[in-house]
Design a protein. Structure first.
Length: 288
């Protein structure tokens, strides 16, 4: 499979599947309220107890290798062997970094996440923990593996908590922890919503926080609020994902013309025949 095809598949899977995987019962009560005061690291969240030791880099790399094809798979296997034979921590971090970037290049966040986590545990840097947490959040977003999902969430929570210990005011870590909390990392999704609202209060144009507040608003039935969130993002930069969510929100509000216009914009932003055909189907349904 070519890189472009991989990217298209990843985008479509993420956009089509993520919202329907979130627990609507948890999110229905998670209405937007006042911004949170910030991350409370001591709060009870999913952590080591939710992590399955059998879900590791080897577990997630096997299906990922199938997705990326034989040539790249062989390169990755060679790097894995080099990592196994590394004689020093410096060499280990070097190969872990190469593996993480290699998986990043082909949009496979699950194996990348475990290598970024290993790097973070060795170096204990703020950005290293954020890199790991972000990839675990992305892995949760993409996977259909219900066995792996709790581990992805638990590892994300651990990574962002460690990042916040180093920089309690870090908006990247607060945003990531908020997303992980809504995904199941905290007993109540309001914990995560509060964190995301707190980030937006400080940085109204924070893309990741605004985007996720929009998608969580969709899942809880707050489609008008979702529209406002996605329009904020699009005003800053026109991108496929917020436009697609905007179209879906308009559709749910019964605003067919606006939904069709947003879907058409999606086709312009992703000029791929397979993706365009799928969008045409959505437009046809609205016109009937």
């Amino acid at each position: 499979m070519k890189l472009k095809q991989i990217v298209v598949v990843v985008i479509v899977v993420a956009i089509m599947g993520y919202l329907f995987k979130l627990d609507p019962v948890r999110l229905i009560v998670a209405k937007e309220g006042k911004p949170g005061a910030g991350a409370r690291i001591s709060e009870t969240r999913a952590g080591n107890s939710s992590v399955n030791a059998n879900i590791d880099a080897n577990y997630v790399s096997a299906p990922a290798k199938t997705a990326v094809g034989s040539n790249l798979s062989a390169e990755i296997t060679a790097l894995e062997n080099s990592l196994k034979n590394a004689g020093s921590n410096t060499d280990k971090v070097k190969f872990e970094t190469e593996l993480a970037k290699k998986w990043d290049d082909v949009n496979q966040p699950a194996p990348a996440a475990f290598y970024y986590m290993a790097i973070a545990k060795e170096k204990n840097g703020y950005q290293d923990w954020v890199n790991a947490g972000d990839r675990f959040n992305d892995a949760f977003k993409l996977t259909q593996d219900t066995l792996a999902q709790p581990t992805f969430v638990g590892n994300a929570v651990e990574a962002f908590n460690n990042a916040l210990k180093l920089n309690p005011n870090g908006l990247e870590a607060q945003t990531g922890l908020g997303i992980a909390d809504v995904n199941g990392g905290a007993p109540s999704p309001m914990t995560g919503i509060g964190l995301l609202l707190g980030v937006v209060a400080k940085d109204p144009n924070n893309r990741k926080a605004v985007l996720n507040l929009g998608t969580f608003a969709m899942k809880s039935g707050q489609y008008q609020k979702a529209v406002e969130r996605f329009k904020t993002l699009i005003a800053k930069k026109e991108e496929l994902e917020p436009y697609f969510y905007l179209a879906e929100s308009y559709k749910q509000l019964g605003m067919k013309k606006e939904a069709i216009d947003a879907y058409q914009k999606c086709k312009e932003l992703m000029p791929d025949p397979a993706f365009g055909t799928r969008i045409d189907e959505y437009i046809k349904e609205l016109k009937n």
